[in-house]
Design a protein around this ligand. Structure first.
Ligand SMILES: CC(C)(COP(=O)(O)OP(=O)(O)OC[C@H]1O[C@@H](n2cnc3c(N)ncnc32)[C@H](O)[C@@H]1OP(=O)(O)O)[C@@H](O)C(=O)NCCC(=O)NCCS
Length: 328
């Protein structure tokens, strides 16, 4: 299966987008911005003090000629933004004075640019934590109608010599710490939708330390219940659970532990019981299984906002910019 960057770029060429990059002086961001500026399908908007952004680009040796740079401390629509933010956070008693202090921070300012329609989407987090990127999105962009939570998934890609890349989806490895069975059903629905965008034909495993009742415990019950509810909600999607990871991916183990399942042995979309298992699981695949990891891709928000890992490189920033824009 081919991982569809080419298809995403073609989609953006027909409908170009604007993406805000909140950390305008970071060399990795500047390198990705210079690559995007050289293309015509995605316009980067950098945040920061203009002189500092230009100086950082010059020092790092990246050409950002023609880049749009917005300085939160010198923005002509700042008061309009303050007013809109106070309205959004009215129930929290937000005052204009508090709002001005919050909105000069690039993560909040950039998220408000998305909310006000100045840009289509955002990536940030090359220098700050997931929580600091995600919190403004939760507060300002909010959960889309019909959903009860924002969650996330990772897309994992293992290049192969034959060109048939292996592509998997894993969730929720980054946001919800201990989701309930109902929340896991929502995470599954959103992840199935995202997996399809990446060319995956989803076969979903709800993971556990137990396979169909072989082990006992609260989390086993939770995963079995979530799998049953997800199957009832999405009858057209192959879903199984609860499954151990070996039963989910090894046809030989599946034949012994759960014969007859259309998912077991062939799962490509994995729903983890909690953030501990999910976060560890995707990192094991990435660091020891030679998979490239794209994400966390936030699911269930009213606009596309995505978080970068603090260990990211410029290629990953460029890739996440394309993924974020093409999902928006
Ligand atoms: C996502 C996360 C940052 C939210 O934490 P927080 O900001 O402390 O959460 P709070 O409970 O204060 O909620 C802040 C707002 O977000 C909302 N919110 C929190 N979690 C949410 C979710 N999963 N979906 C939708 N909204 C959510 C709250 O309702 C609240 O809204 P309000 O301010 O309008 O009332 C938290 O769940 C977290 O830290 N997750 C783990 C992140 C992480 O470390 N990942 C590993 C590295 S990738």
């Amino acid at each position: 299966m081919m991982f569809g960057f080419g298809a995403m770029i073609e989609k953006l060429k027909k409908d170009p987008k604007r993406i805000v990059l909140t950390e305008g002086t970071d060399p990795r961001i500047l390198e990705a911005a210079s690559r995007l500026l050289a293309s015509s399908f995605l316009t980067p908007v950098l945040l920061g003090n203009k002189d500092k952004v230009w100086a950082a680009a010059e020092e790092a040796g990246y050409n950002i000629r023609g880049a749009e740079i917005i300085d939160p401390e010198d923005y002509d629509k700042f008061e309009e933004m303050v007013e809109e933010f106070c309205e959004i956070r009215k129930s929290k008693g937000m005052t204009p004075e508090q709002a001005r202090k919050i909105l000069v921070q690039a993560n909040y300012f950039g998220t408000m640019l998305v909310k006000m329609g100045v840009v289509d989407c955002l990536i940030g987090g090359a220098t700050y934590s997931t929580a600091d990127t995600v919190r403004p999105a939760l507060q300002i962009i909010k959960t889309k109608p019909g959903n009860s939570i924002v969650s996330s998934c990772f897309i994992l890609v293992r290049p192969s010599a034959t060109g048939e890349n292996e592509v998997l989806a894993m969730a929720d490895c980054a946001i919800n710490i201990k989701p309930t069975d109902e929340e896991l059903v929502e995470i599954c629905e959103e992840t199935v939708g995202c997996a399809k965008v990446f060319g995956i034909d989803p076969k979903v495993a709800f993971l556990s330390y137990s396979t169909l009742g072989s082990g006992k415990g609260e989390d086993v019950d939770k995963m079995r219940s979530a799998a049953a509810k997800a199957k009832a909600k999405m009858p057209d999607v192959p879903i199984a659970g609860e499954l151990q990871f070996d039963a989910a991916v090894s046809p030989r183990v599946a034949r012994t532990k759960c014969p007859g399942s259309e998912v077991a042995g062939y799962a490509n979309t994995f729903i983890f019981p909690d953030i501990n298992s999910g976060n560890l699981g995707y990192k094991i695949a990435q660091r020891m299984g030679n998979f490239e990891a794209y994400g966390p891709i936030l699911l269930g928000l009213n606009a596309q906002i995505n978080d970068l890992s603090r260990g990211c490189n410029a290629i990953e920033v460029y890739s996440m910019a394309i993924i974020t824009a093409s999902l928006s």
